[in-house]
Design a protein around this ligand. Structure first.
Ligand SMILES: Nc1ncnc2c1ncn2[C@@H]1O[C@H](COP(=O)(O)OP(=O)(O)OP(=O)(O)O)[C@@H](O)[C@H]1O
Length: 442
């Protein structure tokens, strides 16, 4: 097997590195030596921080899904140069065990950004629960329009799938879909990444470069982790949202852009606004259609469907036959709180598929952390309860009943109106129904 892996790495024509979670380089394609002018055998076994900066490694290490990242590479001359790194976390035993890093020159980045995305559609959103189906219905209904959408939900609930599916069902489907994770790019680079820069705007800017807004022209821009956007950039984004014009860093002229804006966050934006960490005016501009994707623990009926779906998918990918799951193991899976939502479920099923245990998954074959309902899970449940309470009080009213009546008056009392009220309050539709009956609201 090791020999096969080595041959794969000698065959790969791109500079690709395999790095474990401690930052140790395990393997690399032969192109890496030529690319960076460094000796392959010296680098293997050594730390990745021989190639990229310590802070870039920290960002890579925190990635949970495939993403692009700009990294500073240390050159032999002692200088540093920026490259685009495509990072793919690899999962083993239900947890991220290593990272594949594909490094390319920045000038290819425009092409790569377009190429890297395999677009999802609503068909890829699996689940039969009312709560997920309601969200799909709302998203499908608003997809064809140009409205700004704010996707909310915990990490791993599918915000990116929804963003892509909305784009695919819109009139802009033949235009670009450009994504940017606001939390993954250092603040100093974020402005130029969003709006572009002109030659000489700052040290190292040797040519004009379009930002993601320009790249998304005629299409959709998806700004993930919008709650992490630094305040000075929030003001700039507000201008773009209002005027649909961008100014590259270092430029005085503004260029019109025709983009649909979809943003996403797992953070409590109302709380950020209350704390002065997020601009209220920007919040209202982005929160035009809020869509809240419920966490997996609130739609447990979807768990068997998702397990089945990913069992088949991964079994095909690894050329294995799908495994069965024993009753008690299945019960544990059903009762898990899934703090990492569908991404966590994918990792667990991937773990089953790769296990050499015959065709039955038992409790013994579950990753250790799943065998007991542990402290983390209890903490997550508590935090979720607190968050929900907070979001109910976010408009600084004490009376929950009053808030709900106000919102029902505003959005309407039919099902669509109620869905929007639930979405506004960041609670599920069934929870809203429970509250309506608890407060005896007509
Ligand atoms: N309803 C679903 N059916 C099938 N797969 C799903 C569903 N929702 C999400 N997934 C899968 O789960 C993974 C996580 O989804 P996604 O990246 O869209 O989540 P996210 O909310 O954007 O996470 P984060 O906030 O961490 O960026 C993806 O691989 C996606 O394909």
């Amino acid at each position: 097997m090791i020999e096969e892996v080595n041959s794969i790495f000698s065959f790969i024509q791109d500079p690709v590195l395999l790095v474990d979670v401690d930052g140790k380089i395990h393997n690399m394609s032969h192109r890496v030596s030529r690319f960076f002018n460094k000796i392959r055998n010296v680098l293997i076994g050594g730390p990745i921080t021989e190639i990229i900066s310590d802070s870039d490694w920290v960002r890579v290490k925190n990635m949970k899904k495939q993403q692009d990242l700009k990294v500073s590479v240390k050159l032999e001359t002692g200088d540093q140069k920026e490259y685009l790194a495509m990072v793919k976390p690899l999962v083993s035993n239900g947890e991220i065990a290593s990272f594949l890093i594909n490094v390319t020159p920045i000038m290819d980045s425009k092409k790569k950004v377009h190429e890297q995305r395999v677009l999802y559609t609503f068909n890829d959103v699996k689940g039969i629960s009312d709560s997920i189906q309601n969200v799909v219905d709302i998203a499908k209904r608003i997809a064809p329009s140009n409205t700004t959408v704010l996707l909310r939900g915990e990490s791993g609930t599918g915000k990116e799938i929804f963003a892509q599916a909305i784009h695919r069902e819109s009139h802009r489907k033949d235009g670009p879909f450009i994504a940017l994770n606001c939390a993954a790019i250092p603040e100093s680079l974020l402005e130029s990444e969003l709006f572009g820069h002109v030659k000489g705007a700052f040290t190292g800017s040797s040519a004009d470069k379009p930002g993601r807004f320009e790249l998304a022209n005629e299409g959709t821009i998806f700004l993930d982790e919008i709650g992490d956007l630094p305040l000075p950039l929030q003001s700039k984004l507000l201008r773009v949202v209002q005027e649909r014009k961008i100014e590259r860093v270092g430029d005085t002229k503004s260029t019109p852009v025709n983009v649909r804006i979809i943003t996403a966050t797992h953070r409590n934006l109302e709380k950020l606004v209350a704390n002065g960490q997020f601009r209220e005016d920007l919040y209202y501009r982005l929160n035009v259609i809020p869509i809240t994707i419920p966490p997996l623990r609130e739609r447990r009926e979807d768990i068997p469907i998702l397990i089945d779906y990913y069992m088949k998918k991964f079994s095909e990918e690894f050329f294995r036959s799908p495994k069965r799951i024993s009753e008690d193991a299945f019960e544990l899976l059903l009762s898990n709180l899934w703090p990492g939502n569908i991404r966590e479920l994918q990792n667990v099923v991937n773990h089953f598929v790769q296990l050499e245990i015959g065709d039955l998954v038992t409790i013994e074959s579950l990753p250790n952390y799943l065998k007991h309902v542990n402290e983390t899970e209890r903490r997550v449940e508590k935090e979720a309860a607190i968050n929900e309470k907070y979001s109910m009080k976010s408009s600084n009213r004490i009376n929950e009943k009053e808030i709900i009546i106000d919102l029902l008056d505003q959005y309407g009392r039919d099902t669509i109106g109620k869905k929007r009220v639930a979405s506004h309050l960041n609670i599920s539709l069934p929870t809203l129904y429970r509250r309506i009956s608890k407060f005896k609201i007509k």
